[in-house]
Design a protein around this ligand. Structure first.
Ligand code: GSH
Length: 226
């Protein structure tokens, strides 16, 4: 198996974290997002979306990090995506919530336009509006995560067992560290995120992203700190 990825990428991080934690045998191929390798051959044929990650397994190419996580768990018969249909449904619910509600506002409206030049809007006014929208909506989603999904004091997103949904959402939430978003305002989210950060592979897998975050220490960001 081969994983096309970038070590600073949010969505690659989830898959790489799971692979590292479970000790799966997967060869990593770096696609350099910073030099635009994802917009050039051979990668545009591998993944016409021009996004990472992509998994290659015995002639099959799979895009979408959440799908890759579920495929890896099912292929290896791992407990993080159990066969029980109710458990399945809860995991899928969180993944769909994360992909269609949270990530759009958190990643593409709040964080990425502030972090990556090619996500920055063309005018100051448009940039301000999109980031402000992202901030307000992200606050709302985080409150839902805190009060509803984690509201009963469970350790992980779907209960007391860790699942692929935890790997997926925690890696998305981690990008907020780059803009110094204060998760402590959402105590249950903060505690759950702390549990994910305590995984033995969290530090090594996040090394490049953490280095990038450290390089931004002097930069001002719109976040929930003021
Ligand atoms: N829905 C996709 C999203 C993948 C995605 O957003 N990848 C980002 C890195 S985190 C990317 O490749 N960005 C390239 C770019 O912004 O040009 C997934 O979950 O795999």
């Amino acid at each position: 198996m081969k994983l096309y990825m970038h070590p600073a990428s949010t969505t690659s991080r989830a898959v790489r974290l799971y692979i590292a934690e479970k000790g799966l045998k997967v060869e990593e191929v770096v696609v350099d997002l910073f030099t635009g390798a994802h917009h050039q051959e051979p990668y545009v044929t591998v993944n016409p979306n021009r996004l990472v990650p992509t998994l290659e397994d015995d002639g099959m190419r799979l895009t979408e990090s959440a799908t890759i996580l579920r495929y890896l768990a099912e292929k290896h018969g791992l407990p993080e995506y159990p066969a029980d249909i109710r458990k399945h449904a809860r995991i899928n619910e969180i993944i769909d919530w994360a992909n269609s509600n949270f990530y759009r506002d958190w990643g593409y409206n709040l964080c990425y336009p502030q972090l990556f030049p090619h996500h920055k809007r063309a005018s100051e006014e448009a940039q301000r509006a999109v980031v402000q929208w992202g901030l307000e909506r992200s606050r709302f989603w985080l409150q839902v995560l805190n009060d509803h999904f984690l509201g009963d004091g469970r350790a992980y997103l779907t209960g007391n067992e860790i699942t692929v949904a935890d790997y997926f959402l925690s890696s998305i939430i981690a990008v907020g560290e780059m803009i110094r978003f204060d998760l402590a305002q959402y105590p249950r989210v903060d505690a759950w995120f702390g549990r994910m950060k305590a995984l033995k592979s969290w530090g090594p897998v996040g090394e490049v992203a953490d280095g990038f975050a450290a390089s931004l220490a002097g930069q001002a960001f719109v976040n929930n700190r003021g």
